[in-house]
Design a protein around this ligand. Structure first.
Ligand code: FAD
Length: 291
């Protein structure tokens, strides 16, 4: 199923993101966790792609398994910045052969080595190059892209970031998933600006339930997200008590999702971090809302 079919429905739904194992040893436990999440029947599941393509084989294996065993539509992530055209073309061929119809086309983060290398030699400099490539290959995918309500850390201003975002959509992105954010007003402000810039594709907000005090620093560092005072107080109070932090983090994410639904969003993507219990608790909190 192409995800655009899902996004055109009015029904409220939740989807979940999982990440592949880093090595063979972790494969079975990660596979099991992703299966437990798939058994909750989310609207779709996305499977991330290891930075630099290190775990690329597992992305496809996990996505294919979820789709075939649980009938959950999957979205396979693909990054391009450190890859050759041959590698990317082979990967696209494999995604197509696995029967996966949705691809998240990403540039990937710049490693310190990449930052210092000669950019003129890169096969792909931005996600838009990958999107154009997929289109030129004639592969009939529903293509998604990433967007940043609080601007991408490399961008100097939001106007420029949105200009390049529009290029991704014009090149063939059918929907955009956001970076995590902890203040919904940032998302509403972003939506206003991108709609004004002529970006009309569905925007899928990404919500990360912070269930562990140690996760906060890493999440903020990776995403550059603003932490509202309400969230900081919660971490200050419960951050060192694991069970309480988990409950408070799930409650905060649930509140965020309810507010998004109340303000016209129909599908929220939850960064579930391979935690079936967290995914199940959020679904249970929303059981009557999701119907
Ligand atoms: P781009 O769209 O290329 O944007 C990167 C920067 O370049 C931005 O500042 C943008 O404004 C600028 N830019 C874009 N186009 C141009 C242009 N034509 N000329 C000049 N500047 C331009 N990383 C992984 O490794 N694996 C994953 O699975 C993964 N999944 C993700 C899922 C989501 C929803 C999000 C939000 C991020 C994900 N990431 C993942 C992280 C992502 O790879 C990084 O944020 C990366 O730094 C940017 O990727 P992008 O596709 O947004 O890049």
């Amino acid at each position: 199923m192409k995800l655009t079919e899902l996004f055109n429905q009015d029904k409220l739904s939740l989807s979940f993101e999982v990440f592949p194992p880093k090595n063979d040893t972790a494969f079975e436990s990660v596979k099991h966790a992703t299966e437990e999440i798939a058994a909750l029947h989310p609207s779709f599941m996305s499977v991330t792609y290891g930075a630099g393509g290190g775990t690329s084989r597992y992305t496809l294996e996990i996505a294919k398994n979820i789709k075939e065993r649980y009938g959950v539509p999957t979205l396979a992530h693909l990054t391009c910045v450190s890859s050759t055209k041959e590698t990317v073309h082979e990967k696209i061929k494999q995604i197509r052969e696995a029967g996966i119809q949705n691809v998240m086309a990403l540039r990937g983060d710049l490693t310190p080595e990449l930052e210092q290398s000669d950019r003129s030699k890169w096969a792909y400099r931005h996600a838009v190059d990958l999107i154009r490539d997929i289109k030129e290959m004639g592969a009939d995918f529903c293509i998604g892209g990433a967007c940043y309500p609080e601007i991408h850390p490399e961008s100097t201003n939001q106007k420029e970031d949105i200009k390049y975002l529009k290029e991704k959509v014009d090149a063939g992105c059918s929907f955009l998933t956001t970076q995590m954010f902890f203040d919904n007003n940032l998302l509403y402000n972003f939506l206003y600006k991108i709609r004004e810039a002529g970006i009309t594709v569905p925007i899928i907000p990404g919500v990360m339930p912070i269930t562990n005090g140690n996760q906060v620093e890493r999440a903020v560092k990776l995403s550059g997200s603003f932490m509202p005072q309400r969230f900081k107080s919660l971490v200050d109070k419960f951050g060192t008590t694991p069970a309480a932090m988990k409950q408070a983090g799930i409650a905060y994410a649930t509140d965020q999702i309810i507010d998004l639904f109340a303000n016209g969003i129909t599908n929220v993507h939850v960064y579930s971090m391979n935690k079936p219990d967290v995914a199940a608790q959020i679904l249970s909190n929303l059981s009557d809302i999701l119907g």
